[in-house]
Design a protein around this ligand. Structure first.
Ligand SMILES: Nc1nc2c(c(=O)[nH]1)N[C@H]1C(S)=C(S)[C@@H](COP(=O)(O)O)O[C@H]1N2
Ligand SMILES: [Mo]
Length: 353
C-alpha cells in the first residue's frame, strides 16, 4: 500500500506478513529524502570517524567482507510511526496502519567489530550514521536523516553493518549496497545506503535527532496538547506489539471447523513471554502457543486454533506481553504530537457461517 510517492513510502497489509522471514517484496519502505541515483558497490566506501573515534578509517565492501567475521540475524525493523493512522487528533506524516514492520534475515559484520577495529575512546556516548540519499529539498548541504543510538546499544552483538537481506543483495529501496541494522529500536536508527558512521562524545545531533522528530513527551500529555521541544524525549527500544497475519480481516469461516489463527510478536530489546487471543472483545482470553525467537531482537511466531460459539460477526484480538510483564494496551497507549509508538492490539474481523 503506497502511502506517499515523493519519495516512495509503502507498507504491507498484515496478511502479507505471514512469512516467518519477511520476503523482500513484502518489506515496507520508508524514505525521508531522495534515494541515491547511482550506486557503485565496487567503489563503495564506509568511513568511520568522529571525536570519540581513535582514528578515521575507511573500508570498501571487500575490506568489510575479508576483515571481519560474517554474522546473520533475523532482526525486526519497525518504523517509530507505525500505527500513526489511529491518532486522534491526527498526527502529520505517513499514515501507517500496521504494516511498517518486517523481520528479514540480515547478513553482514557486527557494528561492534568495526567500531572496535577503529578504536573507541572512553568518552564515547553515541554513534550516528550518514547515508547517500539526499534531502527532499535537493539542497546538497542538508542530510535527509542522520540518526543513531547510545554507544552501549551500538555495541550489542546483534547490530549489523549488512550487505545482504535473505541471502541476496539488500533491495535498492531498503539500502543497497550497505545498511546499518539496529534491531528493536525505531527503524529510523537503521541507516540505509550507509556511507559514514560517527562515534560521538555527545548525543548525536544529525538530522531528525532534535525534537520533535522521533521523540515523545517525557511525561504523558492530553490528546492535542502542544509540547515544548525541551519536554520531548528520544525514543529508545520499541514497545511490545503483535500482528495477526492469518486470517486476513474480512474472511468468512464455517462454524464447526476449528479456525487457525497465527502471527508474530516482538518486544524491542526484550523477549515476548505470552500471546493471548480474544473473540469476545477482551472479556475472556485464550493463551496461544508461542515460539522462541531465532535470536535476540527477532520477532516470535505464535499460533492457535479457535472454536467459535455461534455463527455471526466476530473479531479476533491478539495481545502480547513482554518478559517484564508489560502487555499491549487495547487502545492508543498515549497520544503524542508526532504519532509514534502506537502498540495497541491488532484486531481482525471474521464472519462465521
Ligand atoms: N539513509 C536513510 N536511512 C534510513 C531512512 C532514510 O530515509 N534514509 N529512513 C529510516 C526510517 S525512518 C525507517 S522506518 C527505516 C525504513 O527502512 P526500510 O525502508 O528498509 O523499510 O529506514 C531508516 N533509515
Ligand atoms: Mo521510520
Amino acid at each position: 500500500m503506497v502511502l506517499n510517492d515523493r519519495p516512495i513510502n509503502a507498507e504491507t497489509p498484515a496478511h502479507l506478513l505471514d512469512d516467518k522471514i519477511t520476503t523482500a517484496e513484502n518489506m515496507f519502505v520508508r524514505n525521508n529524502g531522495i534515494p541515491p541515483t547511482s550506486i557503485d558497490p565496487a567503489n563503495w566506501l564506509l568511513t568511520i570517524e568522529g571525536e570519540s573515534a581513535k582514528q578515521s578509517k575507511q573500508y570498501t565492501l571487500a575490506d568489510l567482507k575479508q576483515k571481519f567475521t560474517h554474522h546473520s540475524y533475523q532482526l525486526t525493523l519497525e518504523c517509530g510511526g507505525n500505527g500513526r493512522a489511529e491518532f486522534s487528533p491526527g498526527a502529520k506524516g505517513n499514515q501507517w496502519t500496521t504494516g511498517a514492520v518486517a523481520c528479514p534475515k540480515w547478513t553482514g559484520v557486527r557494528l561492534a567489530d568495526v567500531l572496535k577495529d577503529v578504536g573507541i575512546k572512553d568518552d564515547a556516548v553515541y554513534i550516528g550514521y550518514y547515508g547517500k540519499d539526499t534531502h527532499i529539498s535537493g539542497d546538497p548541504s542538508k542530510e535527509a536523516i542522520s540518526r543513531g543510538v547510545p554507544i552501549n546499544k551500538a555495541l550489542e552483538e546483534e547490530n549489523l553493518i549488512a550487505w545482504a537481506m535473505n541471502d541476496a543483495d539488500i533491495p535498492f529501496m531498503n539500502g543497497h549496497p550497505l545498511r546499518l541494522v539496529i534491531g528493536g529500536w525505531p527503524a529510523s536508527t537503521s541507516g540505509k545506503w550507509l556511507e559514514r558512521i560517527v562515534i560521538r562524545d555527545q548525543i548525536h545531533d544529525g538530522a531528525k535527532m532534535a525534537a520533535p522528530a522521533y521523540r515523545v513527551p517525557c511525561e504523558p500529555v492530553a490528546p492535542g496538547s502542544k509540547v515544548a521541544d525541551e519536554d520531548m524525549c528520544i525514543i529508545h527500544a520499541m514497545p511490545i506489539k503483535s500482528l495477526i497475519t492469518y486470517p486476513k480481516s474480512g474472511d468468512s469461516h464455517k462454524k464447526d471447523v476449528q479456525f487457525p489463527v497465527r502471527g508474530h510478536a516482538w518486544a524491542g530489546d526484550k523477549a515476548v513471554s505470552k500471546v493471548e487471543l480474544s473473540i469476545d472483545f477482551g472479556q475472556t482470553w485464550l493463551v496461544a502457543s508461542l515460539e522462541k525467537p531465532v535470536n535476540r531482537n527477532a520477532w516470535q511466531h505464535w499460533h492457535s486454533q479457535i472454536q467459535f460459539p455461534s455463527k455471526g460477526y466476530f473479531e479476533v484480538w491478539a495481545k502480547a506481553t513482554d518478559s517484564d510483564g508489560v502487555g499491549q494496551p487495547m487502545i492508543l497507549p498515549g497520544w503524542n504530537p508526532k504519532g509514534y509508538l502506537n502498540n495497541a492490539c491488532h484486531r481482525v474481523a471474521v464472519q462465521v457461517m
